[in-house]
Write a protein that binds this ligand. Structure first.
Ligand SMILES: Cc1cc2nc3c(=O)[nH]c(=O)nc-3n(C[C@H](O)[C@H](O)[C@H](O)COP(=O)(O)OP(=O)(O)OC[C@H]3O[C@@H](n4cnc5c(N)ncnc54)[C@H](O)[C@@H]3O)c2cc1C
Length: 479
């Protein structure tokens, strides 16, 4: 049995920034599921939001609350925005380089529903990979890669550690404090932009333990995704492209978005996603993202990753337009926490980043607020944790022995992905949701492995929350 003071589940922005903010006097272990870079953080393109200056804080707060359609926790939003300049300057002081102009001034860009340019980026459209690489280098604590957390050890309301599957072996890793930073749930959907194996495992484990999740029906679908590639992870075409002049048009060249919302390309993501979905359905026409306004050299410099990824897929941008579709992108809801990332029902348990629900996004996330949320709440959780007493766990605790995967699980996972995409995505109906619930429950009642069970539990909680929310709001649209 391995023993630590603090175990962090996840090595994305939230897990790593928490680790960096924990002193080396603490025995800390950072666990991740596969290769260290396989996380949503690595794939982030657009950037990190920050209030430009003190006067921008109330404006950023207002933009965030408006995007959240009235469901944001306003105190959490204030914490997010008030802390934004501190975490950004901490990164810069540690040596992280955001993109700058020729005079050395930080370059800010704009994304949908922001009332001003306030998004910092790095490596053009490579913010995620630059930030992730930097955080990995800064982390002073050991990491355990290729280890899947399959259970939380909790005794008498106190966190005691985790159970992992490491190279086919089951291990108990004990810790007085556990930080869940395991990200979202893209693998539940047929079309998604998420990293491989981001599959809502920890949300499922929390449901088993009776830990509260909230706003699970609030899922963000990105409107501009190239879905023609073969892998489950589809190629995102960042919002920053529309922010800087890319336009959405159908195959006849008609720019139909203004028929749905006067902000057209810069309307919030859910509005653009629904407009594309509806226009495709009504007209039967393919929809494209077009880059005519861009200069070739500028495009290559500003969006190097998108340029090379799409080039490999057969498109020469900005000369050619790209066929697009909406795809699942971001989990707004998650494990309910307080403003320090604490899961209040379990002493010593924290949740941060995309897996958590701090209330900052309400019913819809403002673009590029999620890397910021990961940074801000990771730091707050780390600061809180060092003041916490150790939990008093017994030496012996039973370790789960369920089989991880059974024959037939792969086909059921694919079936789940199809059900979620068809019935629980951009436009939902009560009938579609009921059918999804029935199919998920039938699978849960059959012979299945542990990993599929966790996905199904998370999917069921999304469907149950969507059924309970009878009217459309934010990212939840019910027709
Ligand atoms: C393509 C793309 C582009 C994006 N662009 C932006 C952007 O420009 N700006 C922005 O603010 N946001 C963006 N987002 C959203 C943002 O990247 C994520 O919300 C954020 O990075 C999540 O960070 P995280 O640390 O919570 O999780 P992640 O970075 O996803 O990390 C999760 C970690 O948990 C580990 N893990 C998961 N399950 C287990 C398990 N069972 N056992 C052990 N380890 C586990 C994983 O291995 C991984 O290390 C984008 C997302 C995507 C997918």
């Amino acid at each position: 049995m391995m023993k630590y003071d603090i175990v962090i589940i996840g090595a994305g922005v939230a897990g790593l920034y928490a680790a960096i903010n924990l002193p080396v006097s603490k025995k800390v272990l950072v666990i991740n599921k596969l290769r260290p870079w396989e996380c949503n953080t690595f794939y982030a393109q657009g950037g990190v939001t920050t209030a430009r200056d003190e006067s921008d804080i109330p404006v950023h707060i207002r933009d965030t609350i408006e995007a959240g359609a009235g469901l944001c926790d306003e105190e959490a939003v204030a914490v997010l925005s008030n802390s934004s300049r501190d975490v950004v300057s901490d990164l810069i002081t540690r040596g992280f380089e955001f993109d700058k102009d020729d005079e050395g001034r930080l370059l800010y860009t704009k994304e949908a529903a922001h009332s001003q340019d306030r998004i910092l980026h790095a490596g053009g459209d490579g913010t995620g990979r630059h930030l992730h690489h930097f955080l990995l280098q800064q982390n002073p604590h050991p990491m355990l890669a290729d280890a899947t957390v399959i259970d939380l050890l909790i005794d008498d309301g106190e966190a005691c550690g985790v159970v992992v599957d490491y190279q086919g072996e089951r291990r108990s890793i004990r810790a007085s404090q556990v930080i869940i930073a395991s990200g979202g749930l893209g693998s539940l959907f047929e079309y998604h932009t998420n990293a491989f194996k981001i599959s809502g495992d920890l949300q499922g484990i929390c449901l088993e333990k009776g830990i509260e999740l909230e706003n699970m029906e609030m899922l963000q679908f990105h409107p501009t995704v190239y879905v023609g590639n073969n892998s489950a992870q589809k190629q995102l075409l960042s919002e920053a492209l529309r922010g800087e002049g890319a336009v959405v048009e159908d195959e006849t060249g008609h720019r139909f978005l203004a028929d749905y919302d006067e902000r057209a390309e810069l309307a919030p993501r859910d509005i653009v996603s629904r407009a594309i979905f509806d226009h495709m359905k009504k007209s039967g026409l393919q929809v494209y993202l077009s880059f005519e306004k861009f200069d070739y050299a500028y495009f290559q410099h500003r969006f190097p990753n998108i340029h090379s990824k799409l080039y490999d897929l057969g498109f020469d941008l900005p000369k050619q337009r790209v066929p697009i579709s909406p795809a699942f992108h971001y989990a707004i809801g998650g494990i309910k926490t307080n403003l320090y990332g604490e899961v209040e029902s379990v002493k010593g348990l924290f949740a941060i980043g995309e897996v958590a629900s701090t209330g900052v996004h309400g019913a819809n996330r403002l673009a590029s607020n999620s890397l910021l949320e990961g940074l801000v709440f990771a730091k707050r959780a780390a600061e809180k944790i060092v003041t916490c007493e150790s939990t008093k766990c017994p030496t012996e605790l039973p370790i789960l022995d369920a089989v991880l995967e059974l024959d037939g699980d792969k086909a059921k996972k694919d079936e789940l992905r199809r059900i979620m995409w068809e019935n629980v995505s951009i436009v939902r109906t009560q009938q579609g949701l009921s059918e999804a619930k029935e199919a998920i429950e039938a699978m849960l009642n059959g012979e299945i492995g542990r990993l599929l069970r966790l996905r199904l539990l998370t999917a069921k909680s999304i469907v149950d929350s969507a059924i309970q929310r009878k009217t459309s709001i934010g990212a939840h649209y019910i027709s």
